[in-house]
Design a protein around this ligand. Sequence first.
Ligand SMILES: NC(=O)c1ccc[n+]([C@@H]2O[C@H](COP(=O)([O-])OP(=O)(O)OC[C@H]3O[C@@H](n4cnc5c(N)ncnc54)[C@H](OP(=O)(O)O)[C@@H]3O)[C@@H](O)[C@H]2O)c1
Length: 330
Amino acid sequence: MAPATNGRVIFAKVPKDFPVPGETTVYDTTQTIDIDGVPLSGGFLVKTLVLSVDPYFRGKMRTPEKKSYFPPFTLGEPIESHGVGVVLRTDNAEVAVGKYVYGMIPHQEYSIFPNMQRLNFIEKNPKLPWTVFVGAAGMPGQTSYYGWKELSQAKKGETAFITAGAGPVGSMVIQLAKRDGLKVIASAGSDEKVELMKQIGADVAFNYKTTNTREVLEREGPIDMQIHPKGCRYWDNVGGEILEAALDNANTYGRFIECGMISGYNTGPKGIKNLNQIIQKSVTMTGLLVFRFHDKYEKEFYEVVPAALASGGAEKGSNTGKAVVIVAED
Ligand SMILES: NC(=O)c1ccc[n+]([C@@H]2O[C@H](COP(=O)([O-])OP(=O)(O)OC[C@H]3O[C@@H](n4cnc5c(N)ncnc54)[C@H](OP(=O)(O)O)[C@@H]3O)[C@@H](O)[C@H]2O)c1
């Protein structure tokens, strides 16, 4: 067969603030691949099916001198993210043709992997499209599931505030909090997203761009400075001014789960001026990183979540909020 184009998305330039498609990342079609004949040297050839697009990309679009807990993308090379692919050819007896793999996959149509080090095998669920396995049944869903289980200590009757509530992380947290019997206040940046958050169970959903977050929290949240029998939880996906508003409106012994601070990813972080609220209210604030809890919860996650999604029980359409690239049909 004639060589096929191996389309890929290259990290071309470090952004100044927001990434600019076509400039900071470039779609490149100059490479070809001989799918039937390319040497595998003990590895295996994977056809990419779906690729996740995530807020953490921005943190990887940097130069190597800037230190972080995760490595940067390499300039001139394809970006990479969580994705699903299918094995087309193999030189490795433990990786059979037709198997599906999930893990860090370069943003290109075909890749040769030397081994399974950065991948896991994944089972197809006939009721779920592969896009779900990079959203609610993938890394974002794991973030919500692990973080809520490990850090929320939620009790029935408490109040939870969840930002970026229509995305894959926030929408799963809304449903986990409702399952545990909490009152849920959730925010997002459009009226369409507000509707989605209501549909999946939020008691109070609002558009933070057109509604004042402080006013909503003062009206709906536990603002009691006394020790309150009904605690509060804040699932923070955004940081910045909304984190300040949540601190001012926290209850005594409130628990803050710090999952993301997207308000500062592109334009730089802003200082939080009222950290003294942590002292005054004995607030607990814990940073969450999904991969730190894989050993504890990954097996349980794959036993529980895909089946719940397939039954339509736990996750009514939360994957609609996930940015995914469908690279090829299975
Ligand atoms: N700690 C971990 O291990 C881990 C893992 C995965 C994700 N995360 C974090 O979790 C958060 C949500 O991730 P996701 O994948 O579910 O993302 P997402 O919801 O698909 O996308 C992020 C959303 O954040 C909102 N946003 C952007 N700028 C904002 C601002 N200045 N103020 C308020 N909201 C803003 C936007 O929605 P609006 O329309 O609502 O503005 C955007 O759609 C991110 O902060 C991400 O970095 C953390």
